[in-house]
Design a protein around this ligand. Structure first.
Ligand code: MSP
Length: 661
């Protein structure tokens, strides 16, 4: 039987349109779902919208709309954006749908049957943040404000039903211990365990409100209109989205087939408390199996700041794609794939990231236009020009790139299995870059000129095979580009049949297949300036890369100008000489939340070995520049004018990433 794989995203509040943060989680789930489909598994991918929240009703009111009309419009907008971003979900659950409402009622009844005293009536008195939909204790609030969003909290006392979460600590701790794969990535697991160890408190699971799912049990001391607390309701979507709550045979079959979830993907904001504590406790109380894994990913900031409506820095995915189209001249689909690529290449999945337009365009130009786009274009142009646009026969003669692929595929597969997308993409790009170097070395134009036909055919066949393998490996990340590569090779009719296991099969393209007209995938775009020097951007390392623009004897700058510099303490984890450049070292530095590659012109004064482990100072917001083929993501500071005399270090240890001001 085919292995099943059930994956979910959080369901998003429809108080606002989708942004790059919600898109991030949804794209991640899409990458994983597509990868598991390529493995041949029976995948079910669920996403949806959380519509019963009081903040949703409030947003509707602000827009002068009835809540239902408002949520209908926004749920549609979410679906439109996901469509534009090629999100291959199997179902979209909305918590105002009847199927979900029925499931919540059934779930509560199931808990009361299976664990009779777990839900009990009482009174709730506590600090409530309407915006976060969360109650806080006296210790948690900060100066009368919500610890999450800083808004004023209200003291609320009302009849309520409680969920006896406090009685689940031991069971949860035992479960985590017996299922270490449940909490991912590892470092988030430690946080969950200490949260549960510190003691769990019972949770109020009703609210007095008109908007929401009516609580199915009546409170002995209240006739008020009680609805299910939005989190208790929302979590049940993972069940209702696959048929729980319905007696229809196909729903029952679907639920039995897919539950438990193999992966709940959520942001770190809703990881510990809701998905790793409350949700498994609710399932234990109902006597249902627990999910296999909850993965908590990091958050994106925007150009160094928290993304927020009040700061006006919220990025909407479709607007960003349109901006890329107008700046680079690529198609909308390529722009979408550029965003999908960037988000998962730039930052290790699980950690936080800082979204910088300059980095997006730098990667667009170097990784997508120069490396990938160029490779596809060159191969297909040469196939047309030198061998009549037909796939030449497979022969045993060559194998250099196939050998490289065989070496790298296990690494790529392992990275995909471990949700290490940045590592997977970096290994895939080794294939892309090696293929470009292979073209330079084997110079098919020369082979053609010298009439060495067999060699020419073998070289081009090998390159075509690599392109077809790249199409498979790229398809989870950049589905429309992967398809376009296959289409330009004349293989779009074969594409759907290709699986992950075919990456290393080199007979995917039939001999004699006619390739199509090559078209540019990623035209080189405009580079965005992030307040850094033009020369660095053009790929020239400054004399010593460490020199910078000094102000000695020059004009004064204001404190605000100085503040534009993002200076960070970074720890060198790797250093090596750049081949063919005797002044340049390539450094890999740990910046706390991410690793950066930096090119520094210090090779004549400092040996790579003496740098490893040192804490240096990095100008972290310098526009990335490509220097000798390496993208340098910042500049190391040093003393000295013509050459670096000493590196800037700190007088005591601080954690990597610490800001210097
Ligand atoms: N409705 C709840 C989830 C209920 S799930 C049973 C909710 N919704 S939300 O609209 O606020 O979306 C939360 C999710 O959006 C986060 O967990 C995260 O996955 C994603 N993100 C929101 N902002 C983000 C960033 N700035 N960066 C990355 N992801 C972000 O909470």
């Amino acid at each position: 039987m085919r292995r099943k794989f059930y994956i979910t995203t959080p369901i998003y509040y429809v108080n606002d349109v989708p942004h790059i943060g919600t898109a991030y989680c949804t794209i991640a789930a899409d990458i994983i779902a597509r990868y598991h489909r390529l493995l041949g598994e029976d995948v079910f991918f669920l996403t949806g919208t959380d519509e019963n929240a009081i903040k949703v009703a409030r947003a509707a009111q602000e827009h002068g709309k009835h809540p239902q009309e408002f949520v209908d419009e926004l749920a549609q907008q979410f679906q439109d954006v996901w469509k534009a971003f090629n999100i291959s979900y199997d179902d979209f659950i909305r918590t105002t749908q009847q199927r979900h409402r029925m499931a919540v009622v059934k779930f509560i009844e199931q808990i009361t049957r299976h664990s009779p005293d777990v839900i009990y009536p009482s009174y709730y008195e506590g600090w409530y943040c309407v915006f976060e939909e969360t109650f806080y204790t006296d210790e948690e609030i900060v100066d009368g404000k919500c610890p999450e969003c800083g808004r004023q909290v209200q003291l609320v006392r009302e009849p309520a039903f409680y969920f006896r979460l406090s009685s689940f600590s031991e069971k949860l701790l035992r479960f985590y211990e017996e299922h270490p794969e449940f909490l991912a990535p590892d470092f988030r697991g430690h946080e969950v365990i200490s949260f549960v160890r510190s003691g769990l408190k019972d949770v109020a699971i009703t609210r007095v409100s008109k908007w929401g799912i009516p609580f199915p049990i009546s409170h002995p001391e209240s006739e008020g209109h009680m609805v299910v607390y939005v989190w208790f309701d929302a979590l049940v979507n993972y069940l209702s989205g696959i048929g729980y709550g319905s007696d229809e045979p196909e729903d029952v079959e679907k639920f039995n087939r897919y539950w438990p979830a193999d992966l709940h993907l959520v942001g770190k904001d809703i990881y510990t408390r809701f998905h790793c504590t409350m949700w498994p406790a609710m399932l234990i109380a109902a006597g249902l199996e627990l999910p296999r894994c909850v993965f908590g990913h990091g958050f994106w900031n925007i150009e160094g700041e928290k993304m927020s409506k009040s700061k006006g820095n919220v990025i909407e995915p479709v607007s960003l794609a349109n901006e890329i189209v107008s700046r680079t001249g690529c198609t909308f689909d390529r722009a979408v794939d550029a965003i999908r690529y960037f988000l998962f290449r730039e930052v290790s999945f699980g950690l936080d990231g800082d979204f910088q337009r300059a980095n997006l365009y730098a990667r667009f130009n170097s990784d997508l236009a120069n490396d990938l786009g160029n490779l596809v274009q060159r191969v297909l142009v040469m196939v047309r020009r030198f061998i009549g646009g037909k796939v030449p026969p497979l022969s045993d003669a060559c194998g250099e790139l196939r050998g490289l692929l065989s070496e790298l595929v296990p690494t790529i597969t392992q990275a995909m299995d471990g949700y290490e997308f940045s590592q997977a993409l970096s290994a895939i790009w080794e294939v892309v870059r090696s293929s470009n170097r292979f073209i330079e070395r084997r110079a098919p134009w020369q082979l053609s000129k010298e009439g060495r036909r067999q060699e020419l055919q073998d070289v081009l066949r090998e390159l075509l095979d690599v392109l077809s393998s790249l199409a498979i490996m790229l398809s989870p990340f950049m589905p429309s580009t992967a398809f376009e590569i296959a289409r330009q090779m004349g293989a779009c009719h074969l594409f759907d049949g290709w699986r992950w296991e075919h990456i290393l099969r080199f007979d995917k393209l039939p001999d004699g297949l006619s390739t199509s007209e090559p078209q540019v995938l990623f035209p080189k775009g405009e580079i965005v300036h992030a307040g850094a020097s033009q020369s660095a951007q053009e790929g020239e390392v400054r004399k010593a890369a460490c020199e910078g623009e000094t102000t000695m004897g020059a004009q004064y700058i204001t404190i605000d100008e100085f503040k534009r510099l993002d200076l960070r303490a970074v720890k060198v984890v790797h250093a090596e000489q750049i081949q063919g450049a005797d002044k340049l070292l390539k450094l890999e530095v740990d910046m706390g939340t991410e690793r950066r590659t930096v090119v520094a012109g210090i090779a004549q004064e400092f040996a790579p070995e003496e740098l490893i482990g040192k804490t240096l100072v990095l100008v972290a917001n310098l526009t990335p520049a490509k220097i000798r083929g390496v993208i340098s993501q910042g500049m190391i500071l040093a003393a000295g004018e013509d050459k670096p005399l000493a590196l800037v270090t700190l007088d005591r240890e601080v954690p990597p990433g610490t800001k210097i001001s």
